[in-house]
Design a protein around this ligand. Structure first.
Ligand code: PAF
Length: 268
């Protein structure tokens, strides 16, 4: 496994490498990342994983500071997985030219509405990485569904790299794996699992129901009443264009909520 610390290392290591799979991460690796890496290793000749906690996608300084970081543990996981390259850039290597990203008004929904500047930061970094690394495929998880949707739509206009979307990995209690889960206390983890189970069952019953908007409204109120929980949004949207939907067919339930000050998102 080659550790690449800057752009020079990167260019040297990737010279002549084609059929490259790229897994972008902010570290604190869990089974969700591991499944992306395994898939990349399966279908690409070489795999590169980046670890970079991207400051520009945090709309809140404390959130950035508190974001979990576990570099040594991450590197030992990647070594065991026999990843070919790990890219650990610093800010100066990445942000060495200006670029302005704008999110269309129609896309200022869900997390884009509540985390001002977040997706501009994500798209910016993903476009810089794609330009530097030029992978054949980029592997991203469906847990961050809106991220996947926006990044894919942006990159496809500028690059030939293909985004491969991968199913959300969940724990035994149906909670989507996320680096932020490690910030939850035991009782908060229980609450998050309860919310996941609740919404998973809710989705099943919606297949047979008519007045979906009212049911969503009530569900939001119910989850909001859980101890220490504040729901930011709970919405049904079409999974192909993210337009509001009143029908569960071809749609997904999207949620963002806080437990204490920890923000979690999921879709069902
Ligand atoms: O999903 C993440 O971990 C980040 O948003 C990403 C895609 C690595 C960009 O910083």
């Amino acid at each position: 496994m080659k550790i690449l610390l800057n752009k020079i290392d990167l260019n040297e290591a990737l010279f002549g490498v084609s059929n490259l799979g790229f897994v972008p991460t902010m570290g604190s690796l869990h089974e969700g990342h591991i499944s992306l890496i395994k898939y990349s290793k399966k279908i690409c000749k070489k795999t590169i994983v980046s670890i970079f906690v991207n400051p520009t996608q945090f709309n809140n300084k404390t959130d950035y500071k508190k974001y979990p970081r576990n570099k040594e543990k991450d590197l030992s996981i990647l070594k065991k997985l026999k990843v070919d390259f790990v890219f650990l850039p610093n800010k100066n290597d990445i942000y060495n030219f200006k670029q302005k990203i704008k999110i269309a008004k129609k896309d200022q929904i869900l997390c884009a509405k509540y985390r001002k500047g977040h997706f501009e930061g994500v798209i910016d970094i993903m476009s810089r990485f794609t330009k530097m690394i030029n992978p054949k495929m980029i592997f991203m998880g469906e847990k961050d569904f809106q991220q996947l949707y926006l990044v894919r739509n942006y990159l496809k206009k500028k690059f030939s790299s293909k985004i491969i979307s991968c199913k959300t990995i969940r724990d035994n209690h149906n909670l989507a794996l996320s680096s932020r889960n490690s910030l939850l206390k035991d009782n908060e983890l229980k609450t998050a699992r309860l919310i996941s189970k609740n919404l998973n069952n809710f989705r099943k019953i919606l297949n047979k129901k008519k007045n979906i908007e009212k049911l969503i409204h009530l569900k939001k109120k119910e989850i909001d009443s859980f101890k220490n929980v504040k729901v930011e949004y709970l919405e049904i949207r079409n999974k192909y264009n993210l337009k509001k939907s009143t029908n569960i067919k071809n749609s997904k339930i999207f949620i963002a909520y806080y437990i204490r000050n920890i923000r979690l998102i999921d879709n069902f």
